[in-house]
Design a binder for this molecule. Structure first.
Ligand SMILES: Nc1nc2c(c(=O)[nH]1)N[C@H]1C(S)=C(S)[C@@H](COP(=O)(O)O)O[C@H]1N2
Ligand SMILES: [Mo]
Length: 201
């Protein structure tokens, strides 16, 4: 009896399984910023963790580079409907930042703050447990200013607006406080697989 032999999964199925609803695949890397690109020099860069209004840990660039750096390769999904597979980053996991600060996440919500005044809210649970990092490198090179260098947040399982570019700190908040896009009609959580694009999705 003739057999068809092993038939692998069709590439289109593979793409379909990795592409959230309503998204299309892109090979290039679009730049999306609400305003002009801030040019942050590493000698002026710092990263601060706050619990409410109280600073609890702070690193300058050299100190931050001494934290353990790891690689993370993930698919990313922008709410403007492009997705990009296998983006390769390296940086410091939020878990390691908190461990280095000697703290456990004190509240259930976090607000990321950036040098351009941008903010975005993320449940703390979505930043820890190996899910998110402060990335300093993309494809082995320092992240370019337009993509958020010197350092950006990477929370790849949520829409990409949650991955704050030009990050300067994380603030733990007792309530889920809306950030820049969340105040302007975008979803408080932003799960691409549930198509949580806008406030009431
Ligand atoms: N600080 C800051 N972070 C930001 C933004 C911004 O305007 N300012 N735009 C967000 C949006 S809407 C998206 S889709 C991604 C785009 O990242 P990219 O320009 O590297 O593609 O960054 C997010 N992070
Ligand atoms: Mo976006």
């Amino acid at each position: 009896m003739a057999t068809r032999g092993f038939v692998g999964r069709r590439p289109s199925d593979e793409i379909g399984n990795r592409l959230p609803p309503g998204q299309y695949l892109t090979e290039d890397f679009p730049v999306l910023s609400a305003g002009p690109t801030p040019h942050v020099k590493i000698e002026n860069w710092s990263f601060t963790i706050k619990n409410g209004i109280r600073p609890v840990a702070k690193w300058n660039w050299d100190e931050f580079q001494k934290l353990p750096h790891v690689k993370l390769t993930r698919d990313i999904h922008c709410v403007t409907k492009w997705s990009k597979f296998n983006t390769a980053w390296s940086g410091v996991m939020i878990d390691d930042i908190l461990a280095e600060a000697g703290i456990e996440a004190p509240t259930a919500f976090t607000l990321a703050h950036s040098y351009d005044g941008y903010t975005t809210n993320i449940p703390t649970a979505d930043l820890i447990g190996g899910k998110a990092m402060v990335a300093t490198h993309y494809e082995g090179q320092p992240i370019t200013p337009d993509h958020g260098g010197p350092a950006r947040l990477l929370v790849p399982h949520l829409y990409f607006w949650k991955s704050a570019k030009w990050i300067t700190g994380l603030q733990f908040t007792s309530r889920d406080e809306a950030g820049f896009w969340e105040l302007r009609g975008y979803h408080m959580y932003g799960d691409p697989w549930r198509e949580q694009r806008f406030t009431d999705d």
